[in-house]
Write a new protein. Structure first.
Lengths: 310, 310
């Protein structure tokens, strides 16, 4: 039995609760296929559109009436784990039952530790929340210490750092459940980012890339495989050019060459490649696959996706 | 080793994230004391003020801008489990470490099944969300099918049913973690209320009383004890009268007599008594205790609280 961490993109989950409850029905099918094929699956997922929606709703509501509290970003992430996990675990349970399996499903509210000295904290890059005009942006910088950037010509947005995951606080919990044969949903949205401070963990406003968090999870669980599900069937070089090539497989050194040549889009395919590399690096038995959600099973059978090995 | 389900009131958790992060530091101390004394503790908690705040923020934000989605009540409950669980698990972990224990803590996003034929669905009683004027209340009744009542002379509010819990969907998950020695936070806010429909569970707008959900959890886990923590030290009869008596202990038949005599306030002490009764009923080895948060340890040593037996 192979142990597989599957990373599902937040864009596969929809922008509203009604949208999400429909989309998860579709998203869980290929995941349950992997379970049915005898794999031990651990599910990680993104939360970009969802945590944005939660954050924006609290911001809007607080601006209208200050009696409605502001919601810090780590708490918004924790809410998104409950919100997405509830729909995912429900849809997974139904699909498992329909496929004749009696596995149980758990969503674990998961904190992921980052290093407070991570250089990412000096260079916040991840835009979150709503757009503001320049004056409001300046005011938020001076009153709240936010870092603001102009984004997509639509105005100014807050940016937060995207540090690398160094540990998963609830790892033993996840291991216990996986070893008992349960299907675990964890590190939602890359996990709630926390830093260690003495004997406690403290939430920080940051976004951990969900593919990096999934790679860290796969490493700590000593998984056989990391499957990153996205909207495209394969990793491509010379993307959108006449000489575009879809990769069936690639080694780390081949990927390093392609990265140096600038083939992969920052904030899109590049972090997936980096996460895949981080997982397989230095281990001959580990495999990472980047594939489309709809062809997950095909990808595990070598008929789709890009297979990344050491 | 005794297995103890502890039910913590949502009012002990505060009304905003900053308030909650402070309050949980205090609330976890007596719970960790019980762990230190060698008990196997499972923590349930309320979410009244918190799910109200979440629901209200989404309502306000949606009213201002319909692009911000409405958030159905079960989804608000799922968010509250993530939000409260994150703070509780963090505070518990810190307090456990400070007390020299290395137990791990897990928050489980928990669905509690209710019976769609529960008579409570015919008589919604639980007010949720914001206050409206009469015209808006009438409009919500006709457009959304909400049931509205006049509440506390402050206007009209939506009411949802408060059905009884019949099963806990994630029970096997909870058992696996408890058996492995982890501290589990579950049935937050009484659980996300779902009804079984074929092979799936469907969320319903309802509020399951957290003390009833805790009693059901204690029953299904075959716990030795249910400890309901609240703001008062003991159950009282002739409450607030010159002949007020604090009860050190009571049997089910004694409580039934007091209930018939109208000693316990509906929506306040009465559901705690009913939940305690439901747990100990018919079992000579089960004990329920109603006590104040600050005297939880004393209550287990018989020095505080009201002990309820069959």
């Amino acid at each position: 039995m192979r142990k597989i961490v599957v990373a599902l993109g937040g864009n596969a989950l929809g922008h509203s609760p009604l949208d999400q409850i429909e989309k998860v029905k579709h998203a869980v099918k290929p995941i349950v296929e992997l379970v049915k094929d005898g794999n031990e699956v651990i599910l990680a997922h993104g939360n970009g559109p969802q945590v944005g929606m939660i954050n924006l709703s609290f911001e809007t509501s607080h601006e209208l009436n200050s009696a409605n509290p502001e919601m810090p970003f780590p708490e918004c992430g924790a809410m998104s784990q409950g919100y997405i996990g509830y729909h995912l675990q429900n849809a997974l349970l139904k699909e498992l039952r329909e496929q004749g399996m009696d596995q149980k499903v758990a969503t674990i509210v998961t904190q992921v530790e980052v290093d407070e000295h991570d250089p990412a904290f000096l260079h916040p890059t991840k835009p979150i929340g709503r757009f503001y005009d320049l004056d409001t942006a300046k005011e938020l910088e001076s009153t709240k210490g936010y870092q603001m950037i102009e984004d997509a010509n639509r105005g100014y947005r807050r940016v937060v750092p995207s540090p690398k995951p160094v540990n998963i606080v609830e790892l033993d919990i996840i291991k216990t459940l996986v070893d008992a044969g349960h299907l675990v949903i964890t590190v939602g949205g890359g996990g709630i980012p926390v830093i260690a401070s003495g004997k406690e963990y403290v939430g920080v406003p940051a976004v951990i890339d969900k593919d990096f968090a999934s790679a860290k999870l796969a490493e700590l669980l000593d998984a056989d495989m990391l499957v990153i599900l996205t909207a495209v069937d394969k990793v491509k070089i010379n993307f959108n050019k006449p000489n575009e090539i879809s990769l069936d497989s690639a080694t780390i050194s081949e990927l390093d060459k392609y990265i140096a040549e600038g083939h992969f889009l920052k904030g899109s395919m590049l972090p997936k490649i980096e996460a895949a590399k981080a997982f397989v690096n230095g281990s001959s038995h580990r495999i990472a696959i980047i594939a489309s959600l709809d062809h997950a099973r095909d990808a595990l059978q070598g008929k789709s996706g890009t297979k990344i090995t050491n």
